[in-house]
Design a protein around this ligand. Structure first.
Ligand code: NAD
Length: 471
């Protein structure tokens, strides 16, 4: 069994303590995660700070070339990383699983290499010249979750490095190995200290948010932890980008064609087994289409194979960890006890591995835990409505505001409804698609700030205004 190391200042750093990472499909040990403490974190921040002196002043074209080399390195090692990701995270190699995640990681890195933040001329006339420059912040601390460990790591690391910052990343204790390995690979194409990785338990995240040597935290995770991050980052006035949880609603309009939308609805909800921030987690369907939409979803679900992700036949795998598995069980049991009708699934599977079957629940309503809370699992609650205004109001009656969607045979009608949802991204006849050129982020409790595109890049910089001449 392999023991993984931290990477600090371009070198592998072994720790004395480790803990085992288990394959959620089998319970077997995948590898041992190093446990970093304050001393290792201090060392990583110092290495990042030392590298910042030259990296922040490296010509832009060289930084672009470095990011392109990062994309090339991800491409070259995609097979190895995908297999490790499947073994520690559970998502299948196939479908929208590990290979898909690695493809996304490379695509995001390449797109980010193509972005730039040139000097803006605010004014240039006889009364003077005023320029707006974008400067890197310093050391960026990245804290990632367990659902898309490598893609989200790339979302944090690449724009930070592209804009001249240096990074200390901490992966989730549930899925640290693929990130440790990816950072090792990326260090082959970056100057020492530009990208460092520490791993350990949750307390290491708090140490990062409090650390005096870190200027910004980019955090992706749950709303509860996001609030703690913001609180403890306040002590040193760190910049924060928070990408937090969602409880996205989808609203089917009365003129939709249930058979035509079933596949889009299904994958909008089930991507990564529902363990996706911007997945469809509450589906509102009009009385007139209710049973038809339910049965179209059940028919589609019947042909989706779930099992060990290393088997090419499967497109859904296990839930990632026991805590999440128990949560899904609790929410479904609560719904059943409160009158939900189980159309498919709904009972925990036997045997090793954290497999929970695809579950579609009818006769559920707002006020039930499965609707009000983020289930983060393979469960679609289908909620009945009569009046579309009421459906919009119920969709918006949530602290979450990540994504939302509307579905109709008339895209203009769907767009009008989608635009009224209180969320950072609204989709028309689809749910969950994101692109590296379009800013992504949550409103309300789903986050602060955005990632991707020019606006996402700007979050890794501060503004310096330069005045020349004038009176
Ligand atoms: P989590 O909040 O439990 O953990 C996220 C990370 O924070 C982990 O690395 C963890 O070790 C670390 N952490 C824990 N306590 C900390 C503390 N006090 N200070 C600093 N860091 C700490 O989230 P999770 O369960 O890993 O991820 C699932 C959640 O993430 C879901 O709510 C999901 O919707 C959300 N998510 C959001 C997005 C987005 O872009 N908005 C993307 C993916 C996941």
């Amino acid at each position: 069994m392999k023991q993984y190391d931290l990477v600090i200042g371009g070198e592998a750093v072994a720790t004395t303590e480790h803990f085992d990472i288990l394959d959620p499909a089998t319970g077997e040990v995948v590898g041992a995660c190093p446990v970093a403490g304050k001393a290792e974190l201090d060392r990583a921040v110092a290495a990042a700070r030392a590298a910042f002196a030259s990296w922040s002043r490296t010509p832009d074209a060289e930084r672009v070339a470095a990011v392109q080399r990062m994309a090339d390195a991800i491409h070259a090692h995609a097979g190895e990383l995908a297999e490790l990701l499947t073994r520690e995270q559970g998502k299948p190699l196939n479908g929208m699983g590990s290979r898909f995640e690695l493809g996304g990681a490379e695509a995001w890195a390449r797109h980010t290499a193509s972005l730039s933040l040139p000097v803006e001329i605010i004014q240039d006339d006889e009364s003077g010249r005023v320029e707006l420059h974008r400067k890197p912040l310093g050391v960026v601390g990245s804290i990632t979750p367990w659902n898309f460990p490598l893609l989200i790591a790339v979302w944090h690391i690449v724009p930070a490095i592209r804009t001249g910052n240096t990074v200390v990343i901490k992966p989730s204790p549930y899925t640290p190995l693929s990130t440790l390995r990816m950072v090792e690979i990326l260090n082959e194409v970056l100057p020492a200290g530009v990208l460092n990785v520490v791993a350990g338990r949750d307390d290491l995240g708090q140490m990062m948010t409090e650390h005096e040597g870190i200027q910004k935290i980019v955090f992706t995770g749950s709303i509860g932890t996001g609030k703690r991050v913001m609180q403890s980052a306040a002590g040193t006035l760190k910049r924060v980008t928070l990408e937090l949880g969602g409880n996205d609603a989808g609203i089917v309009l009365p003129d939709a064609d249930p058979k035509a939308i079933a596949e889009g609805l299904f994958w909008g909800a089930m991507i990564n087994n529902g363990q996706t921030c911007a997945a469809l987690k509450r589906l509102y369907v009009p009385d007139s289409l209710y049973e038809e939409v339910c049965s179209a979803l059940v028919d589609y679900a019947a042909h989706v194979p779930m099992g060990n992700g290393l088997d090419e036949a499967n497109v859904l795998g296990p839930l990632q960890n026991r805590m999440q598995y128990d949560k899904v069980v609790a929410l479904v049991e609560d719904a059943k006890a409160n009158g939900a009708r189980v159309l498919t699934g709904g009972a925990a599977a036997e045997g090793p591995g954290l497999f929970y079957p695809i579950t579609i629940l009818a006769d559920v309503s707002d006020g039930m835990r499965i609707v009000d809370e983020e289930q983060f699992g393979p469960v679609i609650p289908v909620i009945r409505y009569t009046d579309v205004e009421d459906a919009i109001a119920r969709a918006n009656a949530s602290e979450n505001g990540l994504g939302g969607s509307a579905w109709s045979s008339d895209p203009a009608k769907a767009k009008a409804v989608a635009g009224r949802l209180e969320c950072g991204t609204a989709w028309v006849n689809s749910h969950g698609a994101i692109k590296p050129n379009a800013p992504f982020g949550g409103v309300k409790s789903s986050g602060i700030g955005v990632e991707f595109g020019r606006q996402g890049l700007e979050e890794y910089t501060s503004i310096q205004v330069v005045h020349e001449g004038g009176h």
